[in-house]
Design a binder for this molecule. Structure first.
Ligand SMILES: [Zn+2]
Length: 457
């Protein structure tokens, strides 16, 4: 694929990435992050020194009342020194592809990426301010890519993560195991894990699956927003009603390798089928609770119960349309208008784009969601599945228009402080931040060791 062709793919596909709309970046981050210097070591120390007064504050009066106290933020920061905060999904690698054709010179992560147009939610100073200790970097490629084109694209995105490690060695280090994450966190760096988003990335080949594991991928989301030949997406017409026999083989091979089975984006039927087959705990790298927002992408209560029995984890996501009914309804209207325009102007994507920009201006949705909505989802997952089965997966830089109070990666302490305000103990906070996903990773590693010893395939 030429660079020009690749760019066309990227431009065409970002509009469907996680339901992201063309709203444009309309938030103004109020997180108190100092990012004027470019020395990461200094910034790390500075981040630690900012024990007081670093808080992400929503814009509405309603949310302002939830502002955590300085003492709560200080306690959260102490917790995050002891336990790594591990986020399940971040799309910085996709930003490299979309904005710079995967050229690492195209985005300076050590600088302030809020200055970019459109601004980004992730950079190293803000990761440090957010106390991030581990990050699953998504090597997402659009589900419109099929066959070897998808495989090539995912290999290129895995390469982007490896290039990030090489370019910022004082900040990032590749983690392949739970023990790696803990060791890297103790060394003051951000443990960097690789997550593949969508089974189209392996082109129906267990050999490609094994190859991506060898290159560092530690989870695969079974689908993105389209069905694959062996599993159904939550955003597509049901076809397989679960997993095909080959889909079950994929799950079994992931178990044998020690690659986490990620069920974000899949249909509820496929969630249930995969949990039944999986011998290791499953994850939802970035998902919310369906009881609070009735989007098919969210996790129903019966599946939350299955996750508890399976030992898995649901990492609560921050994308407003999966958090609140008002944001979900607005996103549905947006999609309906886009579908209408695409039918009306099948050969004029520029016309569709311009019309949608006008639609967005005419149909704004201020305060689509806020930090307390995410806390509500965490509360619900805890209530149904238990405190051992909930985490965070922000999906930063995979969508635009974040919740008030969670504008960027510096805002995790504000979320954890809100949980503290709601009565979560220090141990509860540690579990949500990172202990739960570390336990899941360990159990998946142990399952893989057992299956490999048994010689299963
Ligand atoms: Zn996603």
């Amino acid at each position: 694929m030429t660079k020009a062709q690749r760019k066309t793919h990227a431009q065409a596909d970002i509009s469907e990435h996680d339901g992201a709309t063309a709203k444009g970046a309309r938030h103004s981050c109020r997180c108190n992050v100092l990012a004027s210097t470019r020395h990461p070591g200094f910034l790390f120390l500075l981040g630690l020194a900012l024990s007081f007064g670093v808080a992400c504050i929503g814009r509405t009066a309603e949310v302002e009342t939830l502002k955590p106290t300085d003492a709560q933020i200080a306690e959260v920061r102490q917790i995050l020194r002891e336990t790594p905060l591990i986020d399940g999904h971040n799309d910085v690698p996709w930003q490299y592809r979309k904005r710079a054709n995967d050229d690492l010179n195209g985005i300076d992560l050590a600088g302030d990426t809020r200055k970019l147009k459109p601004p980004m939610a992730t950079d190293i100073p803000r990761l440090r301010a957010g106390g991030v200790g581990g990050q699953f970097w998504s090597v997402y490629v659009p589900s419109t890519l099929i066959g070897s084109v998808a495989v090539r694209a995912v290999l290129e995105q895995i390469d982007v993560v490896h290039q990030m490690m090489a370019r910022y060695p004082e900040t990032f280090e590749l983690a392949l195991t739970a023990a790696d994450v803990e060791r890297i966190h103790r060394a003051g760096k951000i443990a960097s894990l690789i997550g593949m988003e969508g089974g189209h990335s392996i082109d129906n080949s267990l050999a490609i699956l094994r190859t991506t594991y060898a290159l560092g991928a530690r989870y695969m989301t079974l689908t993105h927003i389209r069905n694959v030949d062996w599993a159904d997406s939550a955003n597509d017409e049901p076809k397989h009603h679960g997993l095909t026999p080959f889909g079950e083989d994929v799950v079994r091979e992931m178990n044998r390798l020690g690659m986490l089975v990620d069920l974000s984006h899949v249909s509820a039927e496929t969630m249930r089928a995969a949990i039944k087959v999986s011998q290791a705990p499953v994850i939802f790298s970035h998902s919310s609770a369906r009881a609070l927002c009735d989007d098919p992408r969210d996790v129903p209560d019966d599946v939350l119960k299955m996750v508890q029995a399976n030992g898995g984890i649901v990492m609560a996501t921050f994308l407003p349309q999966y958090l609140t009914e008002r944001a979900r309804a607005h996103a549905a209207l947006h999609k309906a208008e886009r579908d209408r325009l695409e039918k009306l102007y099948p050969d004029a994507p520029e016309k569709v784009k311009a019309a949608m920009e006008n639609w967005d201006v005419a149909n704004p949705l201020p305060h689509a969601a806020a930090l307390n909505d995410v806390a509500d989802h965490i509360d619900h997952i805890r209530k149904v599945a238990g405190i051992d089965h909930v985490g965070v997966g922000g999906d930063y830089d995979g969508f635009e228009g974040p919740p008030d109070g969670l504008e960027d990666v510096s805002c995790y302490p504000a979320l954890l402080a809100e949980l503290m305000r709601r009565g979560y103990t220090r141990e509860d906070i540690k579990k949500v931040a990172g202990l739960n996903i570390l336990r899941v990773m360990r159990q998946a590693e142990e399952t893989a060791a057992r299956l490999q010893t048994q010689g299963q395939k």
